[in-house]
Design a binder for this molecule. Structure first.
Ligand code: AMP
Ligand code: ZN
Length: 432
């Protein structure tokens, strides 16, 4: 599975993160069903221009100018923040991370292949793919004959067809850009689409199973990835299944990073939200439906999330059975295996939690959480004496006896446990 990753010139907003949560659910459902998943995600750190039609400036170079840093520093900083966000959201890391700037050789090789097959031409600013030579160009997006969306205008410059796209762009004046490379065609940098074809084929082969992204990628980015890959590798279909997440909107408008974006995960945290409450919010809608964000809705979601966690905590303190409740698990599986129907699967979780007669709740919830990734199961296997000290510390803190409470914290540390105070109450962790 290949997932288009972020362009690291700015923080990823919560809309971007919706797409990665969807990818994570897809991957977890595959793993749950016993599939082996090799997952590749790229980091776009060069070549993505401010307009998807190959005009404008390179987003990373622009950010470097804006922040007075090097392109490398910009990419490294925003990549780090992105990876931290994934972790906070319980998103499983891909098997392989790959950066566009570290795969220039592979991209040049791929362009050469396309050139040998006669699908390229040269203009004064780069090497372009001639989409008119491909009978089924635009099939993913079901584009009309000339490949254009109604009402959409595309700057043509020297392009032969509106849908033609850059494979390699020349540096206007070599030595000015921070990121540029020698190539058989001149000094420059790769176009945005070629990186995903080059890196996915390097790690997954010339034909593979699943490719993901946000819905905005369908018309241009993925359409062009398909065109160039099917020409270069001569295999159809290049990818067997395409899955796209619909957008997160805000008051009905599309949220985009280039327009300043909306909230980042850290901003939500600063407002008192738990990252997993946002994950829950995303799971409450089907990935192929628009989801409209508001702070009010997130507040309600966080309440629901904390509520279910406390109900599960209660179950954990009482329940002894380690057997799975097959009836509930089956219902859950039916929904997640029906095009990742997470909202319905969450309903099953609630039904189980509230069912007074159901047995084996905890073991079943544990199974479900392999897919939800919501940390629903309280940490168990904490020794009784440690639990008692934690409780004692809570009482002292409530009585505002902080010095004594701190002494207990120290004692716990000596016993090998750290305690963190969170909005959901104290959390205990074993020191590794
Ligand atoms: P970018 O960093 O701009 O390349 O975007 C990273 C990912 O986020 C891509 O897969 C986009 O399709 C996706 N994306 C962008 N905006 C949104 C949004 N508002 N809702 C959901 N996904 C989005
Ligand atoms: Zn891509």
């Amino acid at each position: 599975m290949y997932s288009c990753g972020p362009t690291v010139y700015w923080y990823q907003h919560i809309g971007n993160l919706r797409t990665y949560i969807f990818v994570d659910i897809l991957k977890r459902v595959l793993l749950y069903n016993g599939y082996e998943v090799t997952h590749v995600m790229n980091i776009t750190d060069v070549g993505h221009l401010t307009s998807d039609a190959d005009t404008g400036e390179d987003k990373i170079e622009l950010a470097a100018k804006r922040e007075g840093k090097s392109a490398k520093e910009i990419a490294e900083y925003y990549t780090k923040v992105f990876m931290e966000d994934l972790k906070k959201l319980n998103i499983l890391p891909p098997t392989i991370w790959c950066k566009a700037s570290e795969h220039i050789k592979e991209q040049i090789e791929l362009i050469k292949k396309i050139e040998e097959k006669g699908f390229t031409y040269r203009t004064s600013d780069g090497i372009y793919f001639d989409t008119s030579k491909l009978e089924d160009y635009g099939k993913l997006a079901r584009l009309k004959k000339k490949g254009l969306l109604p009402g959409k205008r595309v700057p043509m410059k020297e392009k032969r067809n509106p849908t033609d796209f850059a494979l390699w762009k020349f540096s206007e004046k070599p030595g000015i850009r921070q990121q540029e490379w020698e190539s058989p065609w001149g000094i420059g940098y790769p176009g945005w689409h070629i990186e995903c074809s080059a890196m996915s084929s390097k790690y997954l082969g010339e034909q593979f199973d699943i490719h993901t992204g946000g819905e905005d990628h369908i018309h241009i980015h993925h359409t062009n990835e398909i065109a160039q890959s099917e020409v270069a590798f001569g295999k159809k279909p290049w990818v067997r299944y395409w899955l796209h997440a619909r957008f997160l909107t805000f008051k009905g408008e599309k949220i985009s990073k280039s327009k300043g974006g909306l909230y980042t995960l850290s901003e939500l945290e600063q407002m008192g939200f738990h990252p997993l409450a946002y994950r829950y919010f995303v799971l409450s809608a089907h990935y192929r439906k628009l989801l409209d964000f508001s702070i009010e809705k997130l507040k309600e979601t966080q309440e629901a999330y904390l509520k279910i966690k406390s109900l599960i905590f209660e179950i954990a303190t009482k329940e002894k059975s380690e057997k799975i409740n097959k009836k509930y698990l089956k219902e859950f599986e039916r929904f997640i295996n029906d095009d990742l129907n997470t909202p319905k699967a969450l309903q099953i979780l609630w039904k189980l939690v509230r069912d007074k007669k159901a047995k084996g709740k905890l073991a079943t919830i544990k199974e479900m959480d392999k897919v939800f990734g919501l940390n629903l199961i309280p940490e168990t296997k904490i020794p009784e004496d440690v639990k008692r000290l934690v409780e004692k510390r809570e009482i002292l803190r409530n009585e505002k006896k902080f010095d004594e409470a701190d002494k207990i914290r120290e004692e716990l540390k000596r016993m090998g446990y750290i305690i963190e105070d969170t909005r959901e109450g104290p959390k205990i962790k074993k020191i590794e």
